[in-house]
Structure formats: structure tokens, C-alpha cells
Design a protein around this ligand. Sequence first.
Ligand code: HEC
Length: 158
Amino acid sequence: MTRKLLFAAFFSVAATGLHADVIAPDDVAANEYGEVEVSLTGVSGDPARGEEVMTNRGLGNCIACHQVTALDDYPFHGEVGPTLDGAADRWTEAALRGMLVNADNIFPDSAMPSFYRVSGFVRPGNGYTGRAAEGPLEPILSAQQVEDVVAYLLTLTE
Ligand code: HEC
């Protein structure tokens, strides 16, 4: 094999390795308790990236609704939802993944957004125009961002 071919072969293996295991939003399976036990990506979450997602308004924006003492450096914590201090003592990894993917899994009729869901709800636009948005919706967070947030939440022990 030439060097170029070897390189190409390496790349295609690396690329499939990255994507093969990502579970699409409509394919995520929750158990009867609403828990999602299997990682969405098979790649361990990164708590530092999870912190970024939690505090970034364009991403999870979790602190708009939740107080988190460990994130006190970031301004404007909301109180729509409960504090997340000690969340890792109250919830399993599978339950946290389940509620992030689809809040209805754990909290029916919650004000909490579903971060990895693209169907089964009233589409944005419906309430105002009577017409649903066209085409597939993107989830609010990527599969890996959900895993990163789960990893961050698991650091919140008391
Ligand atoms: C629009 C407000 C809102 C946003 C944004 C939001 N949540 Fe929530 N969250 C809630 C509410 C309300 C509850 C309480 C559950 C219910 O509906 O009974 C909740 C519950 C939770 C719980 C369980 C808390 C406990 O210990 O009882 C966790 C964990 C959680 N949210 C994590 C997150 C994370 C992580 C994000 C960002 C990715 C997020 N939430 C974004 C409103 C929000």
C-alpha cells in the first residue's frame, strides 16, 4: 500500500469510529422509568465541556432555570427549576441522560426543554401561524453535548 492509501484507510476507520455509535434522537430507547442506560455516543462525556454547555445561552442554558453553587462565577441563575446541587446524589446517570434527552421521560408536562428530541411535540411555529416548520428539526444539543452535560452533573455531589 502506498502511503497515501494507508492514510486514506486510517481516516475512513477513524471517521466511522466517530459516527458509527451515535444514536439518533428518534432511536433513543428509554426504559419504563424513563431512564436511558446506553451512552448516546459510546464516548465518555467531558465534564469541562459539559460546564460550557450548561452555562452557554446558545446551548443548554441550564442556569437560566437552575441554581448551581459550583457555577457561581456565572451570573443570573434562575429558579424555575430546583437547584442542581447534589443532583448526582439524587439521580443515576441513566435517569439524568433520560431527562436531558426528553424531559417527559422523567417529568411529564415539565417546563424543562427536551434537549435531544426532534419529534413527538408541537412544532415551533404551530401555535402562532397554524403551520408547522418544514423539514427535520435539529436537536438543541448534539449527542456528545448531552453526554458531556451528564458527566458534569455527575460531579455535583454533596
Ligand atoms: C426552562 C427552564 C429549564 C431549563 C432551561 C432547564 N431545566 Fe432542568 N428542570 C426544570 C424544571 C422546572 C425541573 C423540575 C422538574 C419538573 O418539571 O417537575 C427541572 C429538573 C431538572 C433536574 C432534576 C433536578 C432534581 O434534582 O430534582 C435536573 C438534573 C435538570 N433539570 C438538569 C438540567 C440541565 C442539565 C439543563 C440544561 C441542559 C436544564 N435542566 C435546563 C427547568 C429547566
